[in-house]
Design a binder for this molecule. Structure first.
Ligand code: GDP
Ligand code: MG
Length: 309
């Protein structure tokens, strides 16, 4: 579970009880194993994990471990085996560094959100903006995806729903770096806590992408620091998700992954594969198109969803 005390702005440890934010869970996660689990059906799990994109090595290891632990613990019933599997998945997925970086105390915090078109960047920013507003943080969104006119309107709609401020370009095709700069400048002027910058996700050449993201970063760093570079990945795209992650992690200093569309997919294992390959924590997940359909990544909740009946 996410520790909400660290998210409510200014909350002290002992104020935990007062911090009641809307419940956001991962109940939309698809179960890996809807059928009856028994000692005989454990072997089938390897194929199921493979199909869910856990990758060959992990799938094999999880099944081997499950067998030996079930043996040791004498777990044989459906419920017992699910519990052992859940604990194993948690061990595989859990990381200590999955929290958003909101602790340095140096305001405003600046988040850059990157990823290919359609991955879910703008939607994620809207959801996160709402969550942070609810937590008492003052948020400015920056529409630095200046290549598509509709992109600005879409972020504007989310800014209204999330009750955040918005900075957008004065004219179509404006330099994204200048919008990013203006967003952070507005955050400073208005004493806002967090600036979240939406970027364009054109699949351009590696060099162009690197230049563009580098320019945005340098513009921000004239007046603030970049606290998070969140790479948004559509989890339904399978192997393509991995190659996108590769392309972006090579050119941007990615600090956290966001896996979207986990609601519509049986490919949740890609989350594990990505964390493993890039050694970058998954920090947020998207589980639907609505404003509340996201969660801070919790290995426990995710694993529960995967083993649910
Ligand atoms: P962007 O181009 O990266 O900014 O992507 P958008 O935020 O515009 O999202 C692209 C599409 O994916 C939209 O139709 C969103 O509603 C949808 N979407 C985003 N996140 C999720 C999610 O977690 N689950 C589902 N089912 N759809 C999502
Ligand atoms: Mg967008």
């Amino acid at each position: 579970m996410v520790d909400f005390k660290f998210w409510r702005k200014g909350a002290k440890e002992d104020e935990l009880a007062e911090v009641e934010l809307p419940k956001r869970d991962l109940s939309g996660i698809r179960s890996l194993f809807p059928g009856e689990m028994s000692s005989d059906s454990i072997q089938d799990l390897e194929d199921i994990l493979l199909m869910a994109d856990f990758g060959f090595q992990a799938s094999e290891q999880i099944v081997t471990q499950l067998k030996s632990r079930a043996n040791k613990l004498g777990a044989t019933t459906d419920a017992e085996l699910r519990l052992v599997l859940k604990d194993l998945l948690v061990e595989y997925l859990q990381r200590e560094d999955a929290k958003l970086n909101l602790t340095s105390g140096k305001l405003p915090y600046v988040f850059l959100v990157v990823g290919v078109n359609g991955a879910g960047k703008t939607t994620t920013i809207g959801k996160l903006g709402r969550w942070l507003s609810d937590g008492g943080w003052k948020v400015v969104l920056g529409a630095a995806d200046t290549f598509r006119a509709a992109a600005v309107d879409q972020l504007a709609t989310w800014a209204k729903r999330a009750e955040t401020d918005l900075v957008s370009s004065e004219k179509a095709g404006q330099d994204p770096a200048s919008v990013a700069y203006q967003t952070v400048a507005r955050a400073i002027e208005t004493d806002a806590d967090i600036a979240i910058i939406d970027t364009a996700g054109r699949l351009q050449s590696k060099k162009d992408l690197m230049d563009e993201l580098g320019k945005i970063r340098r513009a921000v760093e004239k007046i603030a620091q970049v606290d998070e570079v969140l790479l948004v990945i559509d989890s339904t795209t399978g192997q393509n998700a991995l190659s996108q992650a590769r392309a972006f992690s090579e050119v941007a200093d990615v600090t956290g992954m966001v896996l979207t569309k986990l609601d519509g997919t049986a490919k949740g294992g890609v989350l594990y594969a990505i964390q493993q390959e890039f050694d970058i924590p998954v920090k947020l997940v998207g589980v639907g198109e609505g404003i509340n359909d996201f969660a801070f990544f919790s290995a426990e909740q995710f694993a529960r969803g995967l083993v649910a009946r």
